[in-house]
Design a protein around this ligand. Structure first.
Ligand SMILES: NC(=O)c1ccc[n+]([C@@H]2O[C@H](COP(=O)([O-])OP(=O)(O)OC[C@H]3O[C@@H](n4cnc5c(N)ncnc54)[C@H](O)[C@@H]3O)[C@@H](O)[C@H]2O)c1
Length: 484
């Protein structure tokens, strides 16, 4: 997509004296006044309070269009997005094809998904296909501020910044202000906000469908559908084979280890590495940590998942036991309170604890606070808690997704397939709407052909070829009478 510079935009920028903790963490802390020379946004700068009620720190904002940390970061963001584009060939092929026909013209898409360079490639592709796009981050610590600035510079309506704890839902609501026809979620926060607070835009026929990116979001959607509370059709992007079996496994596997190393710089080899949940994400993390020489211990609640871990050569034990021997802990369950008070109290001196599940509920930090006597920040994304028993343990990234908060999220190559699924699902929803086809109001699966198309295209871009079944083989596998 050609970059659309924000030439006519007038920018109001807040320069409040209070510098937020998030800004300090992000290395953007400053008390200088607004009004410095900018690389991209051209127009006026006026000291003004940002509309978010609780936000503190410095922001670049154009009312009704964007609120990001700092537009000066846009050039850096453009380079990162260019890099991601060169590693996402499937999505780029889709962009090339659909930028000519613009099948999403006339549709506004509100997205709530981690603002990374890969997400920016998806956003540019949706926009190239004709959609008007408006976006917010889906996690307080996963927005890459340079990418957010570049997207605002591209003319995308975006409300997101790293460290957005207080104004998380304010940002989501600003995207709903743009009257979306389609929603694109990662964790269901946007869909939930539409359902709980903006039902009228569904009842009026404005919203026609949505998509959901992650396992936890799908669980919530299914629970909503089962309770008869789902108001529009939502496609389960997470459940596509080319998403769940690749992004969650290989993407989370690599980027979680990346986040742990960036936040601590510890050696993985020789450590007792405890992975809670040997599902898609957990098995990927275990695989990669094992590759680096760690001894893997898995905890599980599902027998088949535990058995798979055993056959991978990992040890299986309950968390009560693992807590005593682990050096590094990583939760990947999507369930709350997996590590709690009694576990903290039995951990070894220096234990490192982090989470790669969607929400920060997996490690009970409230209970940790109850048994801690002091806390200090050792380095970015690494906090030391001294417990009543005198031992120190280290929590990474406030218990939030360590791969996105402390690193850059999944590699572009794997997000290529996840986001090709997102893009094609939005095409499907728009096409159905244009044809007057009423999709069932439920959680819909990705069609098998879409998975096969994405996998085939990915293989082609990798230069890999596969065999084709011969006519004889086809008839053999469909013959119920073929014997030995
Ligand atoms: N970090 C990321 O970038 C990223 C990427 C994709 C998904 N996710 C999130 O990671 C989480 C896991 O997703 P998934 O696709 O691996 O799900 P999954 O269903 O494949 O695996 C979860 C596993 O955790 C196990 N489990 C549940 N409760 C447990 C408990 N109390 N103790 C031990 N094990 C338990 C389940 O039995 C299951 O095997 C979700 O919250 C998902 O949204 C994160």
């Amino acid at each position: 997509m050609a970059r659309r510079k924000a030439k006519q935009a007038s920018e109001a920028e807040s320069a409040l004296a209070t510098v937020s903790k998030a800004a300090r963490m992000n290395g953007t802390a400053t008390t200088k006044k607004a009004g410095r020379k900018r690389t991209t946004a051209k127009k006026t700068t006026a000291a003004a309070k940002i509309p978010a009620k609780k936000a503190r720190g410095r922001f670049s904002e154009v009312k009704g269009r964007y609120c990001v940390r700092d537009m000066k970061l846009a050039e850096e963001g453009h380079k990162l997005i260019d890099w991601a584009e060169s590693h996402m060939p499937v999505l780029m092929k889709l962009r090339e094809k659909y930028s000519k026909t613009k099948p999403l013209k006339g549709y506004t898409i509100a997205g709530c998904l981690h603002v990374t360079k890969e997400t920016a490639v998806l956003i540019r592709t949706l926009a190239a296909a004709g959609a008007k796009v408006t976006w917010s981050g889906c996690n307080p610590l996963s927005t890459h501020d340079a990418v957010a600035a570049a997207l605002a510079d591209d003319g995308i309506s975006i409300y997101a910044w790293y460290g957005n704890h207080e104004d998380f839902y304010w940002c989501i609501e600003r995207t709903i202000d743009q009257k979306p026809h389609l929603t694109l979620d990662d964790g269901c926060d946007l869909i939930n906000t539409v359902h709980e607070k903006y039902q009228h835009i569904v009842e009026s026929g404005q919203v026609i469908g949505g998509t959901e990116e992650t396992t936890t979001g799908i669980q919530r959607l299914r629970a909503r559908a089962e309770a008869g509370q789902l108001l529009y059709p939502v496609i389960a992007v997470n459940d596509a084979e080319t998403k769940w079996d690749f992004d969650n496994v290989y993407g989370t596997g690599q980027s979680t280890i990346d986040g742990i190393i960036r936040a601590t710089s510890v050696m993985i080899a020789g450590k007792n590495f405890v992975v809670a949940g040997h599902g898609h994400c957990g098995s990927g993390v275990a695989k990669r940590a094992k590759g680096l020489g760690a001894n893997i211990i898995c905890t599980e609640v599902k027998a088949t998942a535990a058995l798979k871990a055993v056959l991978e050569g990992h040890e299986i034990m309950p968390m009560d036991k693992a807590a005593k021997v682990g050096d590094i802990f990583c939760t990947a369950t999507g369930v709350k309170d997996v590590i709690r008070k009694k576990h903290f109290l039995s951990m070894k001196e220096g234990a490192i604890v982090c989470n790669t599940g969607h929400y920060d509920a997996e490690i009970n930090l409230v209970e940790l606070g109850e048994v801690a006597t002091s806390k200090r920040t050792i380095r970015q994304n690494c906090e030391e808690y001294t417990l009543q028993n005198g031992r120190k343990i280290y929590i990474l990234a406030e218990g939030r997704l360590v791969n996105l908060a402390a690193a850059e999220g999944h590699p572009s190559e794997v997000m290529d397939m996840s986001f090709a699924n997102q893009f094609m699902s939005h095409l499907r929803l728009a096409e159905a709407h244009k044809k007057g086809e009423q999709l069932a109001i439920e959680v819909l699966d990705i069609p098998e052909e879409q998975d096969q198309f994405i996998a085939t295209t990915k293989l082609q871009t990798l230069g890999s070829k596969i065999d084709k079944l011969t006519a004889e083989q086809l008839s053999y596998i469909s013959d119920y009478n073929a014997g030995t």
